[in-house]
Design a binder for this molecule. Structure first.
Ligand SMILES: Cc1cc2nc3c(=O)[nH]c(=O)nc-3n(C[C@H](O)[C@H](O)[C@H](O)COP(=O)(O)OP(=O)(O)OC[C@H]3O[C@@H](n4cnc5c(N)ncnc54)[C@H](O)[C@@H]3O)c2cc1C
Ligand code: FES
Ligand code: FES
Length: 506
């Protein structure tokens, strides 16, 4: 009998700029960016920060979606190479057509004088390509959102935003480079795209993808059972999803992640189930896919989700990864705490459900035991009469980590607070509920005087730390002011403008 497939290892198979390739001999923790630049000499894709912040490394990854493909810009600098197995990757080199003509988005960048030194330009081009594939008449806000993960030091953003508008006015690109949305708003799937989807179908695997090199290992099971078995067999392996946290451990902390188990290819975990009981978001669902569903049920939280990182990060990052990472400044957890979410944990022993407010025993600790993984996040159905708001406070509006995050959910019946749930981030060692403040509100009339009592309790409820994002005093003041803002906004007496919100934050 020959060596097992696990020891032999599979090849990483994907389509790069339209050409199918197979890769062996590189570390499983090599980033996609390293591979593109060092192995393929595709140096149009740049390395700026190597931490997902600047967008210079943006490429577009396409995956099968119905008959066609879903085209998503991502940050190649923190995406690990084996995770693109079975997918198609497009770099800036692929944008010009086969006869050498520039893509309309490139022509628009030239015509609008949207590039000076040019270092950021390939990244902007790929974010614009993602937009070209997903929208036909984007609003200025949509364009800002699409470009929120790209930084430019010299040109300034106005000409780049102009180019984003202009690209739709130019004669459209043809073939797979064509616009993804028709003028009537319907999705366009041309023959080239169908051919690419069929090509990707030939790369699909029924069995776990097992890749190994030089002592490093990457497993990508296809089913929850196979994932549970892998986690049971290798309890010390690192479970990875979008690697938007884990990627930085590699590029910034230079850690060796010898053994990794990837959840992103477990199809059952890419599902979102909506029932009358609530929403269940699988562990492999990206924030981009989760956001529209969450928006539908909880539209008040839209701005907070939109300010979570940037489009390319949200295209890779999962909600479960945010929860499992357990950062005290993670954005989803305060909102999920206020929504009374539960974390579904799975292992070979079966499934158990832990309320999120009991998931964090301490700083960056979770209730996960060895061999267990997060399989989903469950959010109960919205109850009638709930007042809901989430506020993210950070130094920059876009693409920044929170100094403080607060989410308020108050169920009001005939003017009285029936239940109160307040989730907070950035004020304790873990994401946390403000239980004392909740107690001040529950059973009381929801009026200005009670809201002020709650604000004062909230001010004193936590002992935050000073760090480079904010001082402890600032965090306490802001938290209290957010309660006041919540009262103003939900009592119908006032709509808070951006300027007033800034004043309340000081
Ligand atoms: C530029 C940038 C901006 C960011 N902005 C924000 C922001 O605004 N707000 C914010 O909250 N975060 C932000 N983040 C952090 C990050 O994007 C999120 O925490 C993200 O949700 C992590 O998900 P992931 O799928 O990438 O997880 P990964 O990086 O793959 O994993 C993160 C952690 O979760 C564990 N894990 C993942 N999936 C599972 C699972 N199914 N079961 C058990 N353990 C699991 C991993 O072992 C690891 O410990 C940012 C990151 C970057 C690089
Ligand atoms: S190099 Fe800066 S986001 Fe990747
Ligand atoms: S053109 Fe120089 S960084 Fe953008």
């Amino acid at each position: 009998m020959g060596p097992s497939r696990e020891l032999m290892g599979d090849k990483i198979r994907f389509v790069l700029n339209g050409e199918p390739i197979e890769v062996t001999g590189v570390s499983p923790q090599a980033t996609l960016l390293e591979f593109l630049r060092d192995e393929r000499r595709l140096t149009g894709t740049k390395e700026g920060c190597a931490e997902g912040d600047c967008g210079a490394c943006t490429v577009v990854v396409a995956q099968r979606h119905g008959d066609g493909l879903a085209w998503k810009p991502i940050n190649a600098c923190i995406r690990l190479l084996p995770s693109v197995d079975g997918k198609a990757v497009f770099t800036v080199e692929s944008l010009k057509s086969d006869d050498g003509a520039l893509h309309p988005l490139q022509k628009a960048l030239v015509e609008c004088h949207a590039s000076q030194c040019g270092f950021c330009t390939p990244g902007f081009a790929m974010s614009l390509f993602g937009l070209y594939k997903s929208a036909r008449t984007p609003s200025t806000t949509d364009i800002h959102d699409a470009l929120s993960g790209n930084l430019c030091r010299c040109t300034g953003y106005r000409p780049i935003v102009d180019a984003a508008k202009r690209m739709y006015a130019l004669p459209p690109a043809q073939g797979w480079r064509a616009p993804g949305i028709a003028e009537d708003g319907t999705r366009v799937i041309g023959d080239d795209e169908k051919r690419m989807a069929a090509q990707l179908a030939t790369l699909a695997r029924d069995d776990s993808f097992e890749y190994a090199h030089d002592g490093g290992r990457w497993s990508a099971p296809r089913t929850p059972d196979a994932l549970a078995r892998a986690c049971a067999d290798r309890p010390d392996a690192r479970i990875v999803a979008g690697t938007t946290d884990v990627g930085l451990w590699v590029t910034k902390e230079l850690r060796d992640l010898v053994d990794m188990i990837y959840v992103g290819d477990v199809e059952a975990l890419t599902a979102i189930h909506e029932t009358t009981d609530g929403i269940e978001i699988g562990a492999a669902v990206t924030l981009t896919d989760a956001m529209p569903i969450l928006d539908r049920h909880f539209p008040e939280l839209h701005e907070a989700w939109q300010r979570f990182a940037s489009v390319p990060i949200r295209n890779s990052a999962t909600l479960a990864g945010n929860v499992a990472n357990g950062s005290p400044i993670g954005d989803s957890m305060p909102a999920l705490l206020a929504l009374d979410a539960r974390v579904v944990l799975r292992s070979v022993r079966g499934e158990r459900e832990v309320p999120l407010d009991r998931f964090y025993p301490g700083y960056r600790k979770t209730a996960l035991v060895p061999g267990e993984f997060v399989s989903a996040i469950r959010i109960p159905a919205r109850t009638e009469g709930v007042l809901l708001r989430a506020y993210k406070i950070s130094k920059r509006y876009d693409q920044d980590i929170s100094s403080v995050f607060a989410c308020f959910a108050l169920a009001i019946e005939t003017g009285v607070v029936r239940s109160a749930r307040i989730g907070c981030g950035g004020v304790a060692a873990t994401p946390v509920r403000a239980r004392k403040t909740e107690a001040v509100l529950e059973g009381a009339r929801w009026d200005d005087a009670q809201a002020e009592r709650a604000a004062q309790t909230l001010h004193d409820e936590f002992v935050p730390i000073d760090d480079m994002r904010a001082t402890a005093g600032y965090r306490r003041n802001v938290l209290a002011n957010l309660m006041r803002r919540f009262r103003l906004e939900t009592s119908g007496s006032k709509t808070i403008t951006r300027v007033e919100a800034l004043v309340l934050q000081t």
